[in-house]
Each structure stands twice: as C-alpha cells, then as structure tokens.
Design a protein around this ligand. Structure first.
Ligand code: FES
Ligand SMILES: [Fe+2]
Length: 460
C-alpha cells in the first residue's frame, strides 16, 4: 500500500492533492478507516413509526434491516441469512412481523430471532442438530439515536453517539427539533451521481462561495427574497464537534420577526421558542444568523432554505436531509429526504414539500447546478496531471494561518464551536482534517460470529 503521509499532511495544511477525489487506494482506505468507525445515519424513527415498520439501508456494501420490533424497540439487523447468506429482506421498506429468506425459507422475527427452518427435524435432526434458541440475524455492532435520527457504527467500541456529534447537537436541533414531536421524513429519493462522496459533504459543510457563481440563474429568476447571492458573505460559517455549516444574516428584528421573515407561521414560532435553549434563540433572535446548509462528518448533510413558492413575495422554508453514500471512488448514491416538523400545519407541510422539490431532490434546481460541477471535478481528478496538482483550500487564512476575518466572539455568535463571517473554507478544512486523522489511524480488526455458536466472538 502506498504511504499516504504526504497526502494527509498536505490536506491538513489546506492543500488538497486533487487525486483524492478519484483514487482507488484512497477509497479502500476510507472504507477501512472512515466508514468502519464513524456513526453513519441510516434513517429516522418517523420512517419506522409502528411496530413491524422497516427500511433497508446500507453502510457501504453492508445492508441492514432497520426495524421497530413488536416491543417498539429499534433494531438494525445485518441483512444476510444465517444459512447460505441470501439477502433476507429484498424490499426497500414496509411492515412485517417476520422476514422469510427467499432461498430456502428460514424465517426470522422482526427482533431478529430465528423462528422457522423448513424440515428442521429431517434436515438437522431437530434441536439436537441445529439449536434455534439464541440464533438471530447479526445485529449492527452499534446503534443509537439522537432527536429520532438513527445512526449505526460498525465499530463496537465507537464512542457514544452524543460524544461523537459533540457540540454540533446544538445546530442539529434547528433542523430536527422545532417542536417536542420532532420531525417527520418523506422519501428518500435515491439516485447515483458519478462524483466522489466527499465533494457533496464538503460543499454542504461550508461552500457559500459557490452560490453567486453556480446558482446565479436560480437567484436571477427571483426564487429568493435576497436579491443578490453575494449576501452570503454576511452570514457566518461555524464548526462544532462532528460538523459545521453555513448561515444567512437576516435583517434586523426580534426572534419572532426573523422566523416570520423566512416564512414560519406563528404557531410554529411559538413551539420553536419553547423548544430551543436561550443560546439557540439568541443565535437567531439577537445575532441574526439563520442556519442554512451543514454537514456532519463523514457523509450526512442538511439544508434549510426559504424560496418563493408562489407568485407572491412570500417565502416558505424547507428542510432536507441528505446522505452521500459512497459506491466507489467515482460514484455516489445520493439519498435525499424532505423533513418537516411533525406538528406543522398540513398546509405548511404541503407548501414546504413543494419548496424542497423546486430546490433539491431529483427535480431540484440547486441539485442539478451542483452535480454538474462535482461530476466534472471527479472525472478530471482521475488523470495523471491531477497527481501533480494541490488544490488551494486555504480561503479565509493568510500564509501564516492568521484569519482574514477574526473569529466571532460569543457575544456576536451565541452557538458553540468557532464561527466566522466572510468567505472562507474553514469548514471544508475541518472536515478533511478529520478525514486525514481517520485515514492515518489503523482500525482494530473486528471479531467473527459463527452460526451455531452465537456467543463465540473470537478476536481476529
Ligand atoms: S440462504 Fe436463507 S434459507 Fe438458505
Ligand atoms: Fe450548491
């Protein structure tokens, strides 16, 4: 294996060797050292609201049935039959008390326990030959939720999810906790793009610099109330814990006025006011920053924006959650959900969904603008010249690393972490810095589990 020390050192300085966006060896290393330990989003509790509801989601090549069992407990079963390894559940989502393997018909309860083996007596001599008790579909090594968001980690020793997310939880609440009921999801739409997975994650983490150029046409057709995309430099970017994002600076006003400005109805504003902490209220109400796009390391992103949905001047906000699911070094499956506060009025939900569809998802104008860049970039990164080029990702800092615009003080920005106004690439650097640290750290090998010996976990 190639020694990647020079590549990772350059990345930590904010100089990105261009080939990292299309490199087989780097991708293999990402599988082994990023996705084998991070907490990866696999769905939201609202997608599996009733007992028996399930969705099938992947972490790289590993398929999991994420389900709510009859007791209401959320589980993630490795979607591979204990017998000959067939994929037990082939549907994408549904409701089932049991899963029966299509190959030879072994069946499992939705809590993972095996219940039926055809011809158990004749084929195995009954319990004497194959003891069903204690046998279950392999559970995900680690599973946890935050604000109803379900994450799993392939590392049984992963730090607790809340610790992993760290102070980013403060910002996560704006997207996922606008009332005590939290959000509900619609989707996901899924599609594949011939682009490296890191590009989307970096873009949503902090690339407000691309808006005036890439999305000019969307601004020109008057989809937004803000007439100039250049307005983005007045917003702050922040980084805290496992993630970071961008904000817009809103015109002067109170918390209520500013939430109304982006299109929230009063009843939703009242619930947000109740739900959010003083600092969370101050960041919007006093400091005037409204969250927009964000990413959590490694591959989960969010967006909150407020386009015009009708001929009038009125705008309406929407939230989207999206995942950049790596397929290979040059291909990504995008999963794009619409998210909305579960207590929002029905009319708001309908219009917010329309706003989302105009901007993101397979029909979204932003989506299409963005992806054109990302595919082209990935393509060019495969060539030999890309191996000689270091991309400059040092925006916002001078040669000696001092800041072009000083960090905002806690009085100017009431959220945790560090925040800056002005054009910068602090967040893209923070994300890739974390990535470089993971890539430099070998992962301990996982143990194995053998059918017939459910308790036998042998360290390799
Ligand atoms: S592979 Fe599932 S029953 Fe045989
Ligand atoms: Fe964009």
């Amino acid at each position: 294996m190639t020694d990647q020390t020079d590549v990772l050192d350059a990345v930590r300085r904010g100089m990105i060797p261009a080939h990292v966006y299309n490199d087989r060896e780097i991708f293999e290393l990402e599988k082994e050292r990023v996705f084998s330990r991070a907490w990866v989003f696999v769905g939201h509790e609202s997608e599996i609201a009733r007992p028996g509801d399930y969705v099938v989601r992947r972490v790289l090549e590993d398929s999991f049935i994420v389900t709510r069992d009859e007791q209401g407990e959320i589980r993630a079963h490795f979607n591979m039959c204990l017998h000959r390894g067939m994929q037990v559940c082939r549907a994408e989502m549904g409701n089932a008390s049991h899963f029966r393997c299509p190959y030879h018909g072994w069946s499992y309860r939705n809590d993972g326990r095996i219940v039926g083996l055809p011809f158990h007596q004749d084929a195995y001599g009954g319990e004497a030959g194959f003891k069903r008790k204690g046998q279950r579909l392999l559970p995900a090594p680690n599973l946890a939720t935050y604000n109803g968001m379900i994450f799993l980690s392939m590392d049984p020793q992963a730090p607790p999810l809340e610790e992993f997310l760290g102070d980013f939880r403060f910002y996560l609440d704006y997207y996922t906790k606008q009332s005590a009921s939290g959000i509900e999801l619609r989707g996901p739409q899924r599609w594949r793009v011939k682009a490296n997975w890191k590009i989307g994650a970096e873009n949503f983490a902090g690339d407000m610099y691309h808006t005036p150029q890439t999305h000019t046409s969307v601004v020109e057709i008057g989809l937004f109330r803000e007439p100039k995309a250049e307005k983005r430099k007045d917003g702050a970017t922040y980084w805290a814990g496992a993630g970071g994002g961008t904000t817009y600076k809103l015109p002067p006003g109170t918390l209520d006025e500013r939430l109304r400005y982006v299109g929230y109805p009063q009843e939703m504003i009242d619930r947000m006011t109740q739900q959010w902490s003083q600092d969370q209220r101050d960041l919007v109400g006093t400091d005037g920053f409204m969250i927009s796009a964000a990413s959590i390391y490694p591959n989960l992103s969010f967006v909150h924006n407020w386009p015009r949905v009708a001929e009038s001047d009125d705008v309406l906000p929407f939230i989207s959650i999206r995942q950049w699911q790596p397929i290979s070094e040059d291909e990504t499956e995008v999963l794009s959900w619409f998210a909305v506060d579960a207590e929002a009025p029905e009319e708001f939900k309908a219009l917010s969904y329309k706003a989302y569809l105009m901007c993101f998802g397979s029909t979204g104008m932003f989506e299409q603008d963005d992806v054109e860049n990302w595919v082209s970039l990935t393509n060019t990164a495969a060539g030999s010249m890309a191996r000689r080029l270091q991309l400059n990702s040092r925006m916002g800092i001078l040669e000696d690393d001092t800041e072009v615009v000083p960090q905002l003080t806690p009085e100017q920005f009431h959220g945790p972490g560090s925040a800056h106004t002005g054009y910068s690439e602090y967040n893209q650097r923070a994300l890739l810095h974390r990535w470089a640290d993971d890539l430099a750290t070998p992962q301990a090998t996982a143990g194995t589990l053998t059918v017939g010996e459910p308790e036998a976990v042998t360290p390799a």
